[in-house]
Design a protein around this ligand. Sequence first.
Ligand SMILES: Cc1cc2nc3c(=O)[nH]c(=O)nc-3n(C[C@H](O)[C@H](O)[C@H](O)COP(=O)(O)OP(=O)(O)OC[C@H]3O[C@@H](n4cnc5c(N)ncnc54)[C@H](O)[C@@H]3O)c2cc1C
Length: 808
Amino acid sequence: MKSHAKVVVIGGGVVGCSVLFHLARHGWTDVVLLERDELTSGSTWHAAGGMHTINGDPNVAKLQKYTINLYKEIEELSGQATGVHLTGGVLLAATEARLDWLRGVVAKGRYLGIELEEISPNEAAELMPLLDPKQFVGAVRNKEDGHLDPSGVTHAYAKAARKLGAEVERFTKVEDIVRRADGLWRVITNKGEVVAEHVVNAGGLWAREVGRMVGLELPVLAMEHMYLITEDMPEVAAWNAKTGTEIIHAVDFDGELYLRQERGGMLMGTYEKANKPWSEFQTPWNFGHELLAPDIDRIAPSLEVGFRHFPAFQNTGIKQIINGPFTFAPDGNPLVGPVRGLPGFWVACGVMAGFSQGGGVGLALSNWMIEGDPGADIWAMDVARYGDWATMAYTNAKVRENYSRRFSIRFPNEELPAGRPLKTTPVYELLSARGAQWGVAYGLEVPLWYAPEGVKDEFSWRRSSDFTQVAKEVATVRDGVGLSEISSFAKYEVTGEGAAAWLDRMLACKLPKPGRMTLAPMLKQDGRLIGDFTLANLGEDGWFLAGSGIAEQYHMRWFEKHLPDDGSVRIEALGQKLTGLSIAGPKARDVLAKATRSDVSNAAFPFMAIGRMDIGMAPCLVGRVSYTGDLGYEIWVAPEYQRAAFQTLTAAGEEFGIGLFGSRALNALRLEKNYGSWGREYRPIYGPLEAGLDRFVAYGKDADFIGKAAALAERKQGGKLRLRAFIVDADDADVIGDEPIWFGGAVRGWVTSGGYAHHSKKSVAVGYVPKEIADESDGFEIELLGKRHAARMQPAPLFDANFERMRA
Ligand SMILES: Cc1cc2nc3c(=O)[nH]c(=O)nc-3n(C[C@H](O)[C@H](O)[C@H](O)COP(=O)(O)OP(=O)(O)OC[C@H]3O[C@@H](n4cnc5c(N)ncnc54)[C@H](O)[C@@H]3O)c2cc1C
């Protein structure tokens, strides 16, 4: 075994081998994979080997498509058969709600280049002869489904990597990992030590234990999972003889089952409701090629449905039940990327669909390690989407929920209950008493809307029980004054003598003067967005940044990576050390003036001003800005004062008819202002010109901000896309995001977000289209629940296009 390597990859499952292959293919060949046993000795060897392109997140779906297309290449490169059978498959709906969901999947497929086609139950039965069409209301055909040989694929990755110069050491167990003073990693094994610049944790079933070697508690948990294999079935033999083809894959969502042909019989697996975690606290190191005891009672309810939906199963015997463990992150997507605070330590774990996702994970990670950027929008699998709040118990609750809902529909207005409430702010009870319906962002409970007694969210693809109430909240803001909680923003304090110069380099905007704020896009080297903030200059107190709450860890990783070593700049993510309230609407100033002794007149405290003032007895930091696009204030307050500030504002607002509004009303308000948001409109694949944030980029400032050259080039060349708002001719449903935008009979763009703008009484969609058609006003259509709706471009904001209200 070599003593030094550029990269040590820990784990020889499908994921580690894919990472090794991708590193070598990308040109890093001084790389070694350490496997404590034979390759495939974790969850990989007993997988059912199914692969498919669909995923709830379109960016993950793209990587799944890449993975499936890769098998041919690694087979050719390695000479190792992968056993790929691209049979195609059917996705089955037994309810109308499921069919609506599937139509959304088909629509998404159109702009992802995934060929999906809605078919009738009878057409599905012609393709998949074992199903009873009477049990279903519709189906979708996917030509890119199939299965493979898990061991063959893993060895093909490893052999291809070796051919490119990478090394694989089997029976080499990593026992400890220590960071040296010079930043290199000592990877200590039962066979000696390798010193490496980078370490990749692809430990699969043991990823948690490998993480603990460097003091990391990764949010992953293994679950038991069962599939059965039947005896040979005459129906299968007859079909094979008649058509010369295998029986295609099927996913029966309402039965929570997946099926495929396995030799002369069938394989049927299920994500059972009565699921069971495996090795909740510590994965035993001596676990290897053994299986877990099957528990047919646990999967019996799903099998009952399966036997009804696929009657031929009633007449066949079960040859074998496989029960094996594999790992999940709380939301079921992989954990990939560099770990904040551990330079050179990377993770590629929590991959629950290694044969659909392993290639994409390897590609993204190797790009990231070599180029400094994953090369794709992989937010849905970025390890930074979790923070310290994703504890072991939280992970346990969430993984179990996610497993049991693997095939369940999640409606756009549906909030999942497991692991909640976890983080709450001091006004939580006060807001609950006023009817707050809670959602969650980065572990924190956030008020979505306020329900009158006895009214609750009814989960639906269409407008629901909250619609009239959200309309009232919007009217409260636009006609008078509303109060909302905004603690879920990420807040950062930047101090030190080098702070101004550092921010000037990190952010693309012009730095504001003391007592002023500005919008602050942050770019990567390639000129694309990596953040958008409100930056405030607090004078002697340093600088204050507010940004997307879900991206706190993501942004801190980026900030810390770029901090100077000399201690001249300090940045702290304030988390819930600082909570927030906001008041907005034409009467917001009247309320604030009554609540404080400070001068908040327009002359003394104009738009984009920021300063400290007491609200009642509570010391606060108040900024004159509002995401509602109205006259408004953001009020930052230490948690011990939040209740007092809330009560003062509520009392002061009484005579002005103050009312509470939640994030759904805020969405309706920002949509009619054409305001985008991080994670939707602003993502790391768009340039500032494309995203319409170029007006906040100080292209001419002296500072050589990160991404400047690329941003200038984008401005010169014009980029490819434009973010645009549309008015949709919708009836009882509004867009939610990821719907295709049609133009001239073809899909030309995609929706990033939308909803109903209650004040303007319009259904709004925001999304990207190619710049060539970005100035057309008509001729657009947006596909919603399987139907194309006419859409008109809305270049100016529907509300207050001249920005008079917020400056008044
Ligand atoms: C019953 C069942 C059915 C499944 N069906 C499918 C399916 O149809 N399609 C699909 O895509 N996925 C399926 N999966 C999931 C799939 O198996 C996983 O997604 C995949 O195996 C994850 O691979 P991995 O490389 O991340 O982890 P693992 O396969 O667990 O590999 C990790 C490797 O790291 C090694 N390792 C760990 N710690 C150390 C250390 N300290 N030193 C050295 N080596 C170490 C281990 O020995 C192991 O070989 C199924 C899983 C099960 C259990």
